[in-house]
Design a protein around this ligand. Structure first.
Ligand SMILES: [Ca+2]
Ligand SMILES: [Ca+2]
Length: 354
């Protein structure tokens, strides 16, 4: 094991550096978040510098979500999905699909935007990191062989230098044939930059759940009560023994082209599975206990008891990695969270506007 001191993770900073501890060139399959301590940073607005927009709102790719009252959360779900409570949201337009690689590429071509995963970490922010670790990269799904414990999700994530939205599995991979797949390895900061450029914004968590339910009342899935209606999978998730056996019963090993499965009642695709989707809200597991009843926008500050020093934004909808053995994040009430500067190989987004 490396003797490299590993600073305790703490509050938000612009970059995540995932440190693969290398012993004789072999990864021990762990990544550790290194962050510079910046007291109070989590309370500040995140740096988002939208380039000048040259892109109309594109309502053809959006659908009107009528708004209304709904029951948010699930009595059968995780503790952070409770209590189930009534929430009202105003109507809004929402992208029918997750933002695709070709859509994101257009944004990058017009603006020259560089995603967080493509930026070289500043040594000033990571004074304890060895220089060879301070290279652009992202975190990819890369499980060790054989059966593994599902207790520690860090086991199947690996820091991959050179991984980013253009190279989802690392430098040797590319987007050929994946133009219509959802963009991945985009951080919340990147998603905000895209949304600002497009004249849109990220959905609030309440808007997202309202939309995902497709007009159904308190159903466990976006399409109704049965996980596999008629014996068929209707979302891109994981089948088989996670994380090493993927039987692809739904037809897709990793991401699927957007809209490969039926839309929900509002005409929205992949609100369950494919890739996780960023929301605008900070995450707190206890937020539902006293959240506003009309157009809630999330708590003022984040708190995740599992990693109390890291501020996190909400992600919703699950991904192609959601296995029923481990994660049922594709349920419309399920909540996930990650730090705003983190991109992952199963995380993307879609936008909304009024
Ligand atoms: Ca699948
Ligand atoms: Ca999705």
């Amino acid at each position: 094991m490396s003797q490299q001191p590993v600073p305790k993770p703490n509050s938000t900073k612009q970059f995540i550096v995932a440190l693969m501890i290398v012993l004789g060139g072999v990864s021990v399959g762990s990544w550790i978040v290194l962050r510079k301590d910046v007291p109070g940073q989590s309370q500040r607005p995140l740096p988002v510098t939208p380039p000048a927009s040259a892109h109309p709102a594109g309502a053809n790719d959006m659908v009107w979500i009528p708004g209304g009252m709904f029951w948010m959360g699930s009595a059968d779900g995780n503790p952070d999905e409770q209590p189930v409570h009534q929430v009202a949201v105003n109507g809004f337009y929402m992208d029918k699909t997750e933002v695709t690689n070709e859509q994101f590429e257009r944004f990058v071509k017009v603006t020259g935007y560089v995603t967080v995963a493509e930026r070289k970490p500043d040594p000033k922010d990571f004074p304890d990191a060895p220089p060879e670790m301070l290279v652009p990269g992202s975190v990819t799904f890369n499980p060790p062989p054989g059966d593994v414990s599902l207790e520690n999700h860090y086991i199947w994530w690996k820091w991959m230098p050179g991984a980013n939205w253009r190279h989802p599995e690392g430098p040797a991979s590319d987007l050929q044939g994946r133009e219509k797949h959802p963009v991945v390895h985009v951080s919340w900061i990147d998603a905000m930059a895209y949304a600002n450029w497009a004249g849109k914004r990220l959905p609030t968590e309440a808007e997202w759940e309202f939309a995902a339910r497709g007009g159904l009342d308190r159903k466990p899935y976006s399409w109704g009560a049965e996980q596999t209606p008629g014996g068929k999978y209707v979302a891109n998730i994981w089948q088989g023994r996670f994380p090493n056996e993927n039987t692809m019963t739904d037809g897709f090993r990793v991401t699927a082209p957007v809209a490969s499965f039926p839309a929900n009642g509002y005409g929205l695709y992949d609100m369950a599975g494919n890739v996780w989707e960023w929301c605008s809200d900070w995450y707190r597991p206890d937020y539902y206990g006293d959240s506003p009843k009309v157009n809630p926008t999330g708590p003022i500050e984040s708190f995740d008891p599992a990693e109390p020093n890291i501020s996190k934004k909400v992600m919703r909808g699950g991904s192609f990695l959601c296995s029923d053995l481990y994660c049922t994040g594709y349920r419309p009430s399920a909540r996930m969270k990650s730090s705003p500067d983190t991109g992952l190989s199963h995380t993307g987004f879609r936008c909304v506007r009024h």
